[in-house]
Design a protein around this ligand. Structure first.
Ligand SMILES: [Zn+2]
Length: 126
């Protein structure tokens, strides 16, 4: 399956197999199966620990770039910027939680395609 297709499906929080079914029932609760294609969304135990790479990585990247840029360009003083950064590193991962899981699922589907995939494999003809 094409990388862009999986990325688009992940960003829309949709099933990586069919692109139709929603991955989440609510903000934190993930469906065990796709409601559209019955694709398995609960992989092996601990599978979604990998989504921490996306969540923590993006959070750290944003703060590591934004903090010194805002501080050294004197956009905000440090006594304001530090509390804002602390609030950001708490709230952003909570908001990004679903996207991190969806991106992780799409990443896994790209590198280790599962049965029932609609489309072509990245290793096959595009
Ligand atoms: Zn599906």
């Amino acid at each position: 399956m094409r990388f862009r297709t999986l990325l688009w499906r992940s960003c829309r929080l949709r099933c990586p197999l069919c692109g139709q079914g929603r991955l989440f029932e609510n903000w934190f609760r993930m469906r065990p199966q796709c409601p559209h294609c019955d694709g398995d969304l609960q992989r092996e135990g601990g599978f979604y620990l990998g989504s921490i790479y996306f969540n923590y990585g993006l959070t750290a990247l944003i703060v590591a770039i934004a903090y010194p840029v805002l501080l050294f360009n004197r956009v905000l003083p440090s006594h304001v910027l530090l509390p804002l950064a602390l609030v950001f590193v708490v709230l952003f991962p909570i908001w990004f939680f679903r996207y991190a899981r969806s991106l992780w699922l799409g990443f896994d589907q790209y590198w280790d395609p599962r049965q029932g995939e609609q489309g072509t494999s990245h290793s096959g003809s595009a």
